[in-house]
Design a protein around this ligand. Sequence first.
Ligand code: CA
Ligand code: CA
Ligand code: CA
Ligand code: CA
Length: 478
Amino acid sequence: MKVHLVRSTMLKKHQRGQGFLSRSKRRWAPPNFNVVENDEGPYPKLIEKLVSDTSATYNVYYTIEGEGVDKYPTGVFRLERNTGELFLLKSVDREAFPEYKFVVRVWDQITNRETDENLPLKVLVDDVNDNPPEFVGSLQFTVPEHCSVGTVVGKVNTTDKDQNGTDHVKIKYTLLTGTAMFTIHPQTGVITTTTNTLDRELQDKHLVIVKIQDMNGAANGLVATSTATIVLSDINDNPPIFMKTSYDVAVQENESEKLLLRIPVQDKDLINTPNWISKFVISQGNENGNFRIVTHPYTNEGLLYVSKPLDYEKTNSVQLQITAQNQAPLSGSSASWNSIPVKVNVTNEGPEFSAPSIRFNVKENTPNGTVIGTYTATDPETKSSKGIKYYKVTDPGSWISVDRDTGELRVANTIDRESPLVHDGFYNVTVRAVDASSMTTTGTVILLVENPMSPVSILLKTKTEQNEEVWRVPGNMS
Ligand SMILES: [Ca+2]
Ligand SMILES: [Ca+2]
Ligand SMILES: [Ca+2]
Ligand SMILES: [Ca+2]
């Protein structure tokens, strides 16, 4: 084909392939030339032959300057000086340089004067689909577990170096795995969920293979694949679970700031987050504020303290209800906080005898009313015996009387060393002390019954010839 470089007083149009050649009197706009990228040649390859109408009048020659010739990238085009033939010298890459602008000039061979106006020309490089689509940016997405169907997970971003607006860059998105849980929009690349059963506590992330294909997914399209990671973020769908169904603990009256109970719980949600950290509430039974409960910062246990002393005389047991919550509210309609009962038994501080047992020596046949000694108890808190009463519990021979107010012991009957109630010289009496709040304790009084003739109150345990154990006065071996 030829392009005539003409001057005309009339606007003309010549159909030329797919383009139009327009000319005006002073300036004219030639069509763009087209070359196809990646053409295998052979080279040089003739593109056009340019002919100026002035060649009819003059002997002309042509020159060319601009991109692809003497401007970057040089060496792509050559114009035959005498014939006006424009050659492509080598394969071109549209993605590297999509169009070349240059100027053709016509000269008189004799005068070296220009015989015509400059002809600006543009060569467009036609696209070939030689670039597969590419993934752009992160394929890491996060979506809350148990989100509703259709929740947007994220958008797969892509690029394609080929020509915009053509099928060469029209990408179709497909998921190759994970289709039971996710779907991808074929045109936009937006991934959404297809289920509301995604459970972080079961599996905290899913890997899905994404395929992208240009030519809108046609078989001749170019393909790329990559793996998207979909991380499930935690919601608080698990309440803390108690390890036991109830507790029974004891607290002594008048105690305070004492740890009564450690209550462990388990929580399946994400550890060390507000969804996991427990928050305990005494939901019932603490109307008087005797208790407080805090969360152990490391173990997440509930620590139940008595914070205000309890009075046994007012209450001897408290029924608490302990509820385990999280710092964060629960998500999901089916779950609710759990509670367990904790029974706190208040124990009284009873009186204590001066010793669990006490021993006195008493001669047999000691007159009634003779004082043997005293055996007293005190309140361990006040160390006082005030208000404590004493009673006999056991006294098989009724040999002893106990003063109810003082704990004084007196002889009340004939004490007989030979009585079958005496064993190895010992006779036992059990005494009970009772305080004002009816708390009791018992103690044992051991009487060592002595022979009245014995000069000393010390007896030795010896054996007879019949091998019986007997108490004897030292020196008297009869
Ligand atoms: Ca291309
Ligand atoms: Ca492409
Ligand atoms: Ca939780
Ligand atoms: Ca969870």
